[in-house]
Ligand binder design. Structure first.
Ligand code: UTP
Length: 466
């Protein structure tokens, strides 16, 4: 839209502050705002109006749900022994049939980790410092080898990190994957507001926008990849977050359980470490399954225990799903909005020009797990935390660089020990012994055992099997 027409439309909708002190403003800032205005179309104005109304009317208007009704623990499938073996065989058959794809959401801003750019480039593995993207690419190469078929990989970026993500893959020759097997697609963006519902400007003067949340993946997939999913014959999509390098990806047991339950959307869960752990919790609200954010569960309920002392709400989601294609395209239009308040640098026009200030801004996100309420027969499947979950969220403390590296090393130490190879805790110099197994070397304990048999009998120093 022409900047002048967009300006008039915004001014009519109470956004005239955007144009305050226009002539005094630096030329660069004026150009940035005009560039933002050129990108606005009717859909963008409709979105602005909706989010503005939500901001002004309060969070209830966002339709987030998350309140009312009675919460109880959702049933969780815990496959054991013989059942596990059977599911594995069935799932391997599904994977060999070439009807599964993998989906990684990598459009987040990694604010807590404090890095600009894509989180997937972060060097994360414990011994060789491989990036998150490399770890996942190797899992897919291992799957292609094991199942004898291409597993198409869909990687959701955001407009803020799309180019950098693609360049990283190009520079690294797709980590050995066929270039055509990877599809990058950007998620949508939402405008950002102040507490009064006014549009905010970024430090450069353009309109501030932020990615529309991992739930934006449903819309973005429809726009950018629906045809490809159909032509590749993808029936099931494994969804994972870029920041959990432990995830089994793809997972035959998970897809077989999903299929057997007639579920359209299944979710992996682990036992919660404590009542305070920051995870989404699988619940029934008045009997209907959903994942409730930890912050939306009252503390008494979150901490309630049974007669044996176990948490009643015993499980937390690790944000890994199997989704039925094409059912997932039906859920997008009904996802609620979630409100996030963040500190950001914003441009404030003044009579003398403009200043850049830190301010609290309001972002609106969709969460993919809200689709559980729309899906038929949703299923929760338990898995082992030590095998599947060590997320990288923070620089230090919980879910940090150190715990993520340690989690990977602990998993592979466990694999070596299960393969009958003892691993020392510390080396001859008293340094902790770390272990890393590339998915290309072995993607299971059984394969590791075969590969190491007769060559390694114990591990006394930090070791890489790649
Ligand atoms: P988080 O909610 O942990 O956010 O994302 P984040 O962006 O990685 O980190 P913070 O909150 O800014 O510190 C969980 C997963 O969802 C993806 C992330 O890339 C990560 O894989 N995500 C999140 C998106 O793809 N898009 C979004 O808009 C938000």
């Amino acid at each position: 839209m022409e900047p002048q027409a967009a300006r008039e439309r915004l001014a009519a909708a109470d956004h005239d502050d955007l144009f305050a002190h226009w002539d005094a403003r630096p030329a660069g800032a004026r150009r940035q705002l005009e560039a933002s205005l050129r990108l606005l179309d009717d859909d963008a104005f409709a979105l602005i109006a909706r989010l503005q109304a939500v901001t002004q009317e309060g969070e209830d208007a966002a339709g987030t749900g998350g309140s009312g009704g009675t919460l109880t623990a959702a049933p969780v499938l815990m496959p054991v022994d013989a059942e596990l073996g059977r599911l594995r065989e069935q799932g391997e058959e599904v994977l060999r049939g070439g009807v599964c794809g993998c989906l990684t959401v990598a459009g987040g801003q990694g604010t807590r980790l404090g890095i600009g750019g894509p989180k997937g480039v972060f060097p994360v593995s414990p011994v060789r410092n491989a990036s998150l993207f490399q770890v996942f690419a190797e899992k897919l190469r291992a799957a292609e080898r094991r199942y004898g078929t291409t597993v198409p990989w869909f990687v959701m970026t955001s407009p803020l990190n799309h180019a950098e993500t693609e360049a990283f893959f190009q520079d690294n020759e797709f980590f050995g994957l066929r270039e055509g097997a990877v599809t990058f697609f950007p998620q949508g963006m939402h405008p950002v507001f102040d507490q009064q519902g006014r549009l905010m400007m970024a430090a450069d003067g353009g309109l501030t926008q932020a990615p529309d949340g991992h739930g934006g993946v449903l819309r973005a997939l429809r726009i950018a990849a629906a045809d490809q999913l159909a032509s590749a014959g993808v029936r099931y999509l494994f969804y994972g977050q870029v920041d959990n390098p432990l995830l089994t990806f793809p997972d035959p047991v998970f897809v077989a359980a999903h299929q057997a339950a007639g579920s359209q959307l299944s979710t992996k869960v682990v036992a919660r470490k404590s009542a305070e752990e920051k995870m989404g919790v699988p619940c029934l609200r008045d009997g209907a399954p959903e994942i409730v954010e930890y912050s939306d569960i009252d503390s008494e309920m979150a901490a309630a225990r049974d007669g044996q002392g176990n948490l009643l709400l015993a499980f937390g989601s690790i944000a890994a799903h199997v989704m039925d294609v094409p059912a997932l395209f039906d859920w997008e239009s009904r996802l609620p909005l979630h409100v996030a308040r963040k500190e950001a640098e914003v441009l404030v026009p003044t009579a003398a020009g403009a200043t850049v200030e830190r301010s609290t801004v309001i972002k609106y996100e969709h969460f993919v797990f809200d689709a559980i309420q729309r899906a038929r027969s949703p299923l929760f499947v338990a898995c082992e935390r030590a095998e599947e979950f060590a997320p990288l969220k923070n620089e230090t403390g919980d879910d940090s660089i150190a715990t993520c590296r340690q989690g990977q090393s602990d998993k592979y130490r466990g694999w070596c020990e299960q393969a009958g190879i003892p691993v020392a805790r510390v080396d001859a110099d008293g340094q902790p012994v770390l272990v890393e197994v590339s998915p290309l070397f072995a993607d299971s304990v059984a394969e590791l055992k075969t590969r190491l048999q007769n060559t390694v009998t114990r591990i006394d120093e930090t070791s890489l099997f790649a």
